[in-house]
Design a protein around this ligand. Sequence first.
Ligand SMILES: NC(=O)C1=CN([C@@H]2O[C@H](COP(=O)(O)OP(=O)(O)OC[C@H]3O[C@@H](n4cnc5c(N)ncnc54)[C@H](O)[C@@H]3O)[C@@H](O)[C@H]2O)C=CC1
Ligand SMILES: O=C([O-])CC(=O)C(=O)O
Length: 318
Amino acid sequence: MKVTVVGAGGNVGSTVALAIAERDYAKEVVMVDIEKEEGDKTFYPSKGRALDQWETAPILGFDTRLVGTVNYEDTKGSDVCVITAGVPRKPGMSRDDLLEINSNIVRTVTEELVKYSPDTIIVVVSNPLDVMTYVAHATSGFDSSRVMGMAGILDTARFRAFLAEELNVSPKDIQSLLMGGHGDTMVPLPRYTTVSGIPVTQLIDSDKLDAIVDRTKKGGGELVGLMGTSAWYAPGAAAAQMVEAIILDQNRIFPCAVQLNGEYGINDLFLGVPVKLGKGGIKEIIEVDLDDSETELLRASEKAVRSTLEDFKKLMDK
Ligand SMILES: NC(=O)C1=CN([C@@H]2O[C@H](COP(=O)(O)OP(=O)(O)OC[C@H]3O[C@@H](n4cnc5c(N)ncnc54)[C@H](O)[C@@H]3O)[C@@H](O)[C@H]2O)C=CC1
Ligand SMILES: O=C([O-])CC(=O)C(=O)O
C-alpha cells in the first residue's frame, strides 16, 4: 500500500507521515513539498524530513519506506493521498482568512495528484477545512465517497482529552460525537458522549460541561495563541487514523467532512457528520437523531460554512 502526503515538509504533513509509518502497514509513504529558495541556497524540506524520519525506523522498528520528493511522478499509484499543503493561521487570524491562498494551493495539488493516481482516495487537512475539501472534490472530479476532510476526529479528540482531564479517567474510555464545520461553530454533542457507556451528562455538572464544549470549539485557536502557529501532533494523528481506517478496511465510525446530498436536510455542502470509513472511502453517512437545540446549532454551522463557500465562489468569478 502506498500513501502520499503533500505539504509533508511542514508540521502536520510530516506528523501524518511518521504516524502512518510507525503503524507499519504501508509499504511506502511519499512526502511531497515544494523547494524553498533562501538567498543563493535551495532547501528541500520534504526530502529532509523524510530522511530524518526514515532514520527513526531502526529505533522505532518499522519497515514503511518514507521518501521525500518535489516530483509528483513519485506519487504514482498512491492508494490514499493526504493534502496538508497550505498556510497555517497566525494569532489574530481565523481559518477563513486562509481561503484565497490555500484554495489555489489545494487546487494545484489536487490536479497533480489525480494525474498520477486516478483511483486514489483524498483526505484533505488544509484550512478552511470544509471548503478546501469542496475544492479538492470539485477539482478531482471523483465520486464524493473518495474525497473527505479531516476535522471531526481532531475536534472530538480535544473534547475527549478535556473531559478525561476533568473526570480524571482514561481518555481511551471516552467516546464522543461532534458535527458541523471545522470552525468555532462546530457542534460537540454531549448527548452522544459517554465514558464507557455512561452518558457524560450524568458525570459532570452542566456548567462545567458547557465550559468544556466552549473550550473544544476554540481548541485550534487556543493552540495558535500558545505557539504562534497552529497545532500538528493531534491533527497529524487524526489524519493518520483516517488513512489507516481506509487502507485496513476497518469500517471505523468517525466524524468526517463529507459531501451531503440531503442528509440532515443539507445539500451540496461538505460538512462534518458521522460516517463509516473503510476500503473505497466513505461507505455510509450515518444520520443520528438531533433534538431542536442540536439541530439549531448544526444549521448555524452550516450557514457559516456556506458563507465561506460563497466567498470561494466569488473568488472564482473574479
Ligand atoms: N483540518 C484540521 O483540523 C487542521 C488543519 N490544519 C491546516 O493544515 C495546513 C498545514 O498546516 P501546517 O503543517 O502547520 O503548516 P506548515 O507551514 O508547517 O506546512 C505546510 C506545508 O505546505 C507546503 N506547501 C505550500 N504550498 C505548497 C504546494 N503548492 N505544494 C506542496 N506543498 C506546499 C509548505 O511548503 C509547507 O511545508 C494549514 O492550512 C492548517 O491550517 C492544521 C491543523 C489542523
Ligand atoms: O486552528 C487552526 O488553525 C488549525 C486547526 O484547524 C486546528 O488545530 O483545529
